[in-house]
Design a protein around this ligand. Structure first.
Ligand code: SF4
Length: 367
């Protein structure tokens, strides 16, 4: 469920999210999302639910709880094992989080990003470290699992500064941490600032060192690095995202949301007004759909699965796509192994620690 509203639009963000949307439009989009859910998901019994965006907690306690309640009246949530709701520190009040848990939420993902005022300002985040601490405590008090999102590799950020952020996050005691390197996505204000020379990206080696140091620090603290950027205490890995990395099926509801089922991928239209019209008039918000060829599906399955610690299980991918990766991309597999970046263990191609800093490039070689 993609709720596309935020209090401000962060300069680095390329998600389909909007700040300053008026109340009537917000209500109309939420209603249309429930209509889309009725059209596409009635009769389904999902294993995971992820309400993200955007900032779901920006909706406020009553409206978010009402929305979640309406969702539950449409879809059978009795089989849900994990129900995540994203939350941002400035709007994650105790009441909002408590009411969300009352509607079935079992896990909060809080967008902390940093605990340093300057770095938060650079990212255009509207919250303070104190807000994050308050949101974390409120989330903990509900009994739900809690993830903290952090960003490293900001311009001029030193290893010490990053480790200080990481240490503050660890002091909170989250169940899960997502630590992403800052990226400069085309079309964002941050990308434009870099193009104008106003911002200089951190050197690649420093960002790679930060990634490796993050794994070491979090490993020592008892967090399993189960995906390149995601760390969890035992049994706390995000089931929803694991399904995505393993090429599973999911339905995305809302403006710009993406869906996948058996190699058929689709994306909803992004603009709010068009989304409203299409759901109403066409009974479908889909803007772009493609059915992947077996070959493409095989390549993408390896690309995604290389992100997770178990790696890409080649027989599973063969069964899923009808194409044996050993035949299709045998040369690429051999090259990654020869370079010392990957290993083949019990039929699974996995990244080695030496390959981690180059993971994106290695995975892209299979596309
Ligand atoms: S809060 Fe998240 S979704 Fe909203 S603008 Fe910032 S990065 Fe994007």
């Amino acid at each position: 469920m993609h709720t596309p509203f935020c209090v401000v639009k962060c300069g680095y963000c390329d998600f389909n999210s909007y700040a300053g949307v008026d109340d009537d439009a917000v209500q109309a989009v939420l209603s249309a999302m429930l209509d889309e859910l009725r059209l596409r998901a009635r009769g389904l019994r999902p294993r995971t639910v992820f309400v993200g965006g955007g900032t779901p907690t920006w909706l406020g306690a009553q409206r978010l709880a009402g929305f979640l309640k309406d969702m539950a009246a449409i879809v059978d949530l009795s089989g849900v094992e994990e129900f995540t709701c994203e939350a941002n520190p400035e709007s994650a009040t105790a009441e909002t989080l408590q009411l969300a848990v009352g509607q079935g939420v079992t896990r909060f993902s809080i967008g902390a990003q940093s605990f340093d005022r300057e770095r938060l300002n650079f990212l255009d985040r509207p919250h303070s470290a104190e807000d994050t601490m308050g949101a974390f405590a409120a989330a903990r008090a509900t009994g739900a699992a809690v993830n903290l999102d952090l960003i490293f590799g900001l311009p001029g950020e030193t290893m010490e500064q990053w480790l200080s952020d990481l240490s503050t996050a660890l002091d909170c005691g989250p169940d899960h941490l997502s630590c992403y390197a800052l990226t400069y996505e085309r079309g964002t204000p941050l990308h434009a600032r870099r193009a104008r020379g106003e911002v200089r990206a951190a050197p690649e080696e420093r960002t790679r060192d930060m990634l490796l140091e993050t794994r070491a620090v979090l490993g020592d603290a008892g967090y399993d690095a189960y995906e390149i950027s995601n760390y969890a205490r035992p049994e706390q890995a995000c089931l929803h995202n694991l399904n995505y990395w393993h090429g599973g099926a999911y339905i995305g509801i809302g403006p710009g949301a993406a869906s996948h089922r058996s190699g058929r991928r689709s994306t909803n239209v992004r603009a709010l007004g068009t989304y409203l019209r299409w759901v109403r008039d066409r009974q479908c918000a889909c803007d772009d759909a493609e059915t992947l060829s077996p070959e493409r599906r095989c390549r993408e399955a390896i690309w995604l699965a290389l992100r997770v610690v178990q790696g890409a299980h080649l027989d599973t991918i063969t069964n899923l796509t009808g194409i044996d990766p050993r035949v299709l991309v045998g040369a690429e597999i051999a090259a990654a192994i020869d370079a010392g970046h990957c290993e083949l263990v019990r039929g699974a191609l996995r990244l080695l620690p030496a390959g981690l800093p180059f993971a994106d490039g290695i995975a892209a070689d299979f596309l």
